[in-house]
Design a binder for this molecule. Structure first.
Ligand code: DHB
Length: 394
């Protein structure tokens, strides 16, 4: 097989890149180890920055994000049982969209199928080779057991945080920056109407909870838990009691309960691979960097990488100019570190450290007040959450 750009990973980052390249007349092949239904059924965050939404609609993926998604002009920070609304629209003139990221994947997969994109699902034994030469290669075995080799000019690693591409870069050529957190999220899906019009990020003495949504009749909620927590130890009754006590307050706010049909523990880490390029191998999205879920930056950040890499590739293939490619890593990393900081900061602000010193808890509540009680503080949160403005992209 021969193509211009070989892409390892058919998640949102790989598919969006393949889609944008196709629109510019550049050929790519995507190989992905999972099948479409598995990715579609893998629940991820549900918040899209306005810039992410514009990428989907402006590039002709689908308008489903606008018809099925919901615009959220603000969010609620709830501290010690008191709600404070952060009005994104008023503070920074932007909003975000609630649209599940697995639906973003679905729309992209449909757009690639519609446009005749070459996506190989359910492949195994994928290897990347020769990426410091002019003819990088991807080797893989397809679902039917047949072996293939893709010959390309540029190789892109879009294979997520568990992928193979970043590990293919020699250790002495990359720096792995990472930290772990002593907590995780227990995530549920429930069949119930929304408990509130907007998302609620709540911090209580019992720890963090996030009351998110999916649709009129399905809701997504999370609560901070131990990374080793076993979902089978949690009955519906126990889950609801835990969520409720983390949002309890003098206003009497009550979660609307329903049957729980999904339970998962999400591990946290922050990771950045530097640089995001080695020879003719480029890393995009989670393959190059991971954020903890607080703030929902993961997919948005992956799209920012694509927004930098796609035009650089187009320029390279059309004119031979490799200035954009040469600058890719530094340009993308600038945004990555900004989002890393926000995700790290919001995580530490909103979570209770195991065995937390009361000083630190009270200090965090003070920090919350500095956000919720001040227009400038709230604007800082709003600007970061909505993804900084497009003019400063990346
Ligand atoms: C969701 C997840 C997040 O991490 C977040 O910050 C907001 C929403 C979600 O799954 O809905």
């Amino acid at each position: 097989l021969t193509t211009q750009v070989g892409i390892v990973g058919g998640g949102p980052a790989g598919l969006m890149l393949s889609h944008l390249l196709h629109r510019a007349g550049i050929d790519s092949i995507v190989v992905e180890k999972r099948d479409r239904d598995t990715i579609h059924n893998t629940h991820r965050a549900g918040i899209l920055e306005a810039g992410t939404v514009r990428m989907l609609t402006d590039s002709g993926v689908d308008g489903r994000v606008l018809t099925e998604g919901h615009e959220h002009e603000g969010t609620v920070l709830r501290v010690q049982g008191e709600s404070h609304r952060i009005d994104f629209k008023e503070l920074v003139g932007e909003s975000v969209w609630l649209y599940p990221q697995n639906e973003v994947f679905w729309d992209l997969a449909a757009a690639r199928a519609r446009d005749g994109g070459d996506i190989r699902w359910s492949v195994r034994d994928t290897e990347v080779l020769d990426f410091t030469t002019a003819t990088p290669k991807i080797r893989f075995t397809d679902a039917a057991g047949e072996d293939f080799e893709v010959h390309c000019q540029i190789l892109v690693g879009a294979d997520g945080s568990q992928g193979i591409c970043k590990w293919a870069i020699p250790q002495e050529e990359r720096t792995d920056n990472f930290i772990e957190y002593p907590f995780a999220w227990f995530g549920i899906l429930t069949e119930a109407p929304p408990s509130a019009p907007e998302l609620i990020y709540s911090n209580s003495e019992f720890g963090f909870a996030l009351i998110s949504q999916r649709s009129e009749n399905v809701q997504r909620m999370y609560f901070q838990c131990d990374p080793e927590e076993n979902v089978d130890d949690w009955s519906e009754e126990r889950i609801w009691a835990e969520l409720q006590r983390r949002v309890d307050g003098p206003d009497g706010f009550q979660l609307v309960r329903g049957p729980i049909f999904e339970k998962t523990v999400l591990k946290f880490r922050s990771y950045v691979c530097e640089p995001l390029r080695h020879g003719n191998l480029f890393l995009v999205g989670d393959a190059g960097h991971t954020v903890p879920p607080t703030g929902a930056k993961g997919l948005n950040l992956a799209f920012c990488d694509v927004r930098v890499l796609a035009p650089a590739l187009v320029d390279y293939f059309r004119t031979g100019n490799d200035t954009g490619l040469a600058g890719y890593s530094a340009t993308a990393l600038e945004r990555v570190w900004k989002a890393q900081n926000f995700s790290y900061w919001a995580t530490n602000l909103m979570h209770t450290q195991p065995g937390e010193n009361p000083f630190n808890q009270k200090r965090r509540f003070g920090e919350f007040k500095a956000i919720t009680g001040s227009e400038r503080g709230a604007a800082y949160f709003a600007e970061s959450y909505t993804g900084w403005s497009e003019t400063s992209t990346p």
